[in-house]
Design a protein around this ligand. Structure first.
Ligand SMILES: N[C@@H](CCC(=O)N[C@@H](CS)C(=O)NCC(=O)O)C(=O)O
Length: 207
């Protein structure tokens, strides 16, 4: 299999954590790009959506979207090893998917902000929209903390997604004009503990 990959993307990191958890490293060749926003970046030839991650299966088919790819690899890994699924099959499944939906929603709310702040001059930023999205994100971080609490330090696709989101927010905090340590210090602390406890997370931290 081949994976369009970037070292900073929280979506890619989630997939990488699944790969490491199921020890699929040797089955997936990483193709690392410099900028997912670059229209000339080679991943655009394989993913019409222009996004990373994208995974090519051994039969040549492509999978787009980090959640679809993560679930595919989680199924594959669980079938070939004795490790439990990261997306549970029991009633916990919906709670884990809800965590994923919250983290994905915050990231999708943030992408239009970060792309402008990284790539456009300040006088072209749509400030009112950034404020609206940021307010939604701040509300959502509080709800995320409530939803995370019952999981403690367990590892699943939802808690992995949350760690990837939180660390990415800390990495990009200055550009975003948001200090997550002020808004949700308990989340930053929780992510730090998760990174220490699980090599899948510690080894995939954004650089
Ligand atoms: N919902 C998608 C989002 C993927 C995504 O937006 N990735 C970013 C990198 S962090 C990207 O490729 N952005 C390119 C662009 O927006 O042009 C997923 O879960 O895979």
């Amino acid at each position: 299999m081949k994976l369009w990959h970037s070292t900073t993307s929280p979506f890619v990191r989630k997939v990488m954590a699944v790969i490491k958890y199921h020890r699929l490293d040797e089955q997936v060749e990483l193709m690392t790009i410099q900028s997912s926003f670059d229209p000339h970046s080679p991943h655009n030839q394989d993913n019409p959506l222009g996004r990373v991650p994208a995974l090519q299966l051994d039969n040549g088919e492509w999978l787009y979207n980090s959640q679809v790819i993560s679930e595919y690899l989680d199924d594959l890994g669980a079938k070939n090893s004795s490790k439990a699924n990261l997306l549970p099959r029991d009633s916990q499944r919906w709670k884990v998917l809800q965590l994923y939906a919250l983290t994905d929603g915050i990231l999708e709310n943030t992408l239009p902000i970060i792309s402008e702040r990284l790539l456009r001059p300040e006088n072209e930023w749509w400030i009112a929209r950034h404020q609206q999205l940021t307010e939604r994100n701040i509300r959502s971080f509080k709800v995320l903390a409530e939803h995370l609490a019952p999981f403690g330090d367990t590892l699943n696709l939802g808690t992995i997604s949350a760690v990837c989101l939180i660390d990415w927010y800390v990495l990009r905090g200055e550009k975003l004009g948001i200090n997550l340590n002020e808004i949700a210090p308990e989340l930053v602390q929780w992510a730090r503990k998760m990174n220490e406890k699980y090599t899948e997370l510690g080894e995939t931290q954004p650089k």
